[in-house]
Design a protein around this ligand. Structure first.
Ligand SMILES: [Zn+2]
Length: 284
């Protein structure tokens, strides 16, 4: 019994230690994807990496591979071809590193919205939308410098995906911005949980997004939940993976109840599925 208890303790300690290490998402060097760039350095201090002026996540790399790894969010509007990041070392030396973004063809989606104001807002609505955009952008550009980040997410709700990430969207026949998240169609009132530990940075009610929650997971990684019915967390609150944050609703611009779930990395929306796919098996 005593042996069993000490074995359990060792096991628990092992799990806890693993839990503290960062885990990486899946890389996919396409518009709306993620580039993982190994950075060699002799310094114990993480280099500062920026992409198009936006600060980029840098985590300790695999020692056999490289000292550091930059985890770069690629915007949906990025052109295929060469892109570059600026890397500033602790000694203030700045270098550029190039990487290649491959082309990806996203499907088209045509939607009919009955409330025409949600497609062609009036002047008063436009004023509201502009103010809200500033508020939302501010939530996404905050920087929280933590070094251990869990990027192995769980689904915030389970259900059928009614719209995948990246679709080229047309509302009542008019072209609009591509779909920057995943829509999960489940009944109103379905509980939504945090996919990973984080801090609620903001909540609000917006013209297009309806009731919305923003969670900060560290180093420019944020998740966003839209069209919610109820919001069960407050700004500043810490949340654990699996904790209830609210329920699914049909607020804002929707065709029915659904959760629009978006992931923002260095202020660019990337495909949430890159944080959900099962980890690749390593050869033993
Ligand atoms: Zn959506």
């Amino acid at each position: 019994m005593k042996l069993f208890r000490s074995l359990s303790l060792i096991l628990l300690l092992t799990i806890t230690t693993v839990g503290f290490a960062s885990s990486f998402p899946h890389a996919d060097a396409v518009p709306g994807g993620i580039v993982m760039l190994p950075i060699d350095s002799n310094s114990d201090k993480a280099p500062t990496v920026t992409f198009k002026g936006h600060r980029v996540m840098v985590l300790k790399g695999d020692k056999n591979y490289a000292a550091w790894t930059a985890v770069i969010g690629v915007p949906l509007w990025a052109k295929p071809g060469q892109h570059a990041v600026d890397i500033t070392e602790a000694n203030h030396k700045t270098t550029q590193r190039a990487f290649t973004v491959k082309a990806k063809k996203y499907q088209e989606q045509h939607l009919i919205i009955k409330n025409k104001r949600k497609v062609n807002p009036n002047n008063q609505d436009i004023k509201r939308i502009r103010g809200e955009r500033k508020h939302m952008d501010k939530s996404l550009d905050e920087w929280n410098n933590q070094s251990n980040i869990n990027m192995h997410f769980i689904w915030p709700v389970k259900g059928p995906i009614s719209s995948p990430f990246g679709l080229k969207r047309f509302y009542n026949g008019e072209a609009r911005k591509p779909h920057s998240g995943i829509d999960i169609a489940v009944p109103k009132g379905t509980p939504i949980v945090a996919p990973a530990d984080g801090t609620v940075i903001n909540t609000g009610n917006y013209f297009f997004n309806g009731n919305t929650v923003f969670i900060d997971h560290g180093q420019g990684l944020k998740t966003v939940y839209c069209h919610m019915n109820t919001i069960d967390v407050k700004a500043g609150e810490k949340v654990k993976q699996g904790q209830l944050i609210g329920t699914v609703g049909a607020t804002g611009r929707v065709t029915g109840p659904n959760l629009h779930w978006a992931v923002s990395l260095n202020e660019y929306k990337v495909d949430p599925r890159l944080f959900l796919l099962p980890a690749k098996k390593k050869a033993s």
